[in-house]
Design a binder for this molecule. Structure first.
Ligand code: SF4
Ligand code: SF4
Length: 384
């Protein structure tokens, strides 16, 4: 386990990642007492706030706790000092995302609107330029999208993009694992535990089921959890279609309405608009705890999702109306929103939590099992 080093800049650094008021906390512990997700092993948010106060950056990097918080906001409502512990936990998730990221881009994006929006614009413009350079003949007497934008070329671009995503995510996840499971452990974890607990990643990635325990959400019939789940399903569906089934999805043939190619597209579009729209309206109204404070990254992602969905609908409509030029150019604009959303937001932005959170829950389980084993056994097992 790494020794604790004090970082005197940590408190001011964390201010760049959110609106928590760590300096006002006097460690009464009310927040931890009320939190529905806390435990003896992970007594957050007070332990995390204390670490920020004493500049324990190394210990924070080794912590799972911020990923176990679902921002129900109960702690912020009961804090007698207005320290906004829920918001501190949110800031710590952003901060951790930046610590895991070896490129430094996540830190740039979370601490500078100019960097995040500028990077989106640069990637979007690049996509437009490349799409225009590689585009095929412009047929104007009917819509021939696959002549203008041959699906084989678009598919190769998808695979390049997927390769980049895997590369960045794999390295950042490796760094997360090293901080938590190597630096943050006093013993070596047997490899077999990683295998036997791997199902946890799948379960929590696809269900986010711990969120459903949130009392505030339960009172509202779990709508936050359900809306998030629907949005993830739409986003995941589009990702799978784009990467693996684009030739089946991007066709010039107009299928009947019952065809899966159409209703899968409609499903993804509807849930993305619902989820993104709900998030944007919530942040405007600020009527739930998790929407009271909005970092720039909280706006950029749903707005981008909405633009992707709306340009998708527009392209679909103009194609059915038989408007070739509008369809082709709307398609390029659509790609200019899709590319930065995937290339920048997934590895470096808000959507990194999609895989960091289930991974953290997985690591929590592996750690618990490893700690329950006799020390000699864990060391012996790791030497195999
Ligand atoms: S954040 Fe608020 S509730 Fe929690 S320990 Fe500090 S003062 Fe108490
Ligand atoms: S926001 Fe909710 S889940 Fe997060 S620390 Fe506070 S009480 Fe716990």
């Amino acid at each position: 386990m790494t020794a604790t080093r004090v970082d005197p800049e940590l408190l001011s650094e964390l201010k760049e990642y959110g609106d928590g008021q760590v300096e006002t906390c006097f460690n009464c512990g009310n927040c931890t007492a009320i939190c529905p997700f806390t435990s003896a092993e992970y007594p957050f948010p007070r332990n995390m706030i204390r670490l920020v106060q004493i500049g324990g950056a190394e210990k924070l990097k080794q912590s799972i706790d911020p990923w176990l918080c679902y921002y129900c906001g109960d702690c912020s409502q009961t804090c007698p000092r207005g320290a906004e512990p829920g918001e501190v936990m949110m800031s710590l998730r952003r901060w951790l995302t930046a610590q895991y990221d070896f490129t430094g881009l996540a830190k740039k994006f979370y601490t500078s609107k100019v960097w995040e929006i500028g990077a989106m614009v640069v990637v979007g413009v690049l996509v437009v330029v490349i799409a225009l350079l590689l585009s095929g003949p412009v047929v104007t007497d009917q819509v021939e999208l696959n002549t203008f934008a041959p699906v084989e070329i678009v598919h190769v671009a998808d695979w390049i993009m997927a390769g980049m995503l895997v590369f960045f995510i794999a390295i950042n996840v490796f760094r997360m694992w090293k901080y938590i499971m190597v630096d943050g452990m006093d013993r070596k974890v047997p490899f077999s535990l990683y295998i036997t607990e791997a199902w946890q990643i799948v379960l929590h990635l696809f269900t986010q089921k711990r969120w459903a325990q949130c009392e505030e959400d339960k009172e509202k019939k779990n709508w936050n959890w359900i809306a998030h789940l629907l949005m993830v399903s739409g986003y995941g569906l589009m990702l799978v279609i784009i990467i693996f089934f684009l030739k089946w999805f991007q066709t010039d043939e107009i299928y009947p309405v019952w065809h899966p190619q159409r209703w899968l597209g409609y499903y993804a579009t509807i849930v993305l608009i619902f989820g993104a729209g709900r998030s944007i309206i919530g942040r405007i109204k600020k009527n739930v705890q998790m929407h009271r404070f909005s970092h720039a990254s909280d706006w950029i992602f749903p707005v981008l999702l909405l633009l992707v969905a709306l340009t998708g609908i527009m392209m679909h409509t103009t194609r059915y109306l038989g408007l070739p030029l509008v369809t082709y150019y709307t398609y390029i604009i659509h790609l200019a929103f899709v590319a930065p959303m995937l290339i920048l937001e997934v590895p470096f932005g808000k959507w990194a939590h999609l895989y960091y959170r289930p991974l953290a829950i997985y690591f929590e389980q592996v750690r618990a099992k490893a700690k329950a084993m006799p020390v000699a056994e864990t060391q012996l097992a790791s030497a195999d």
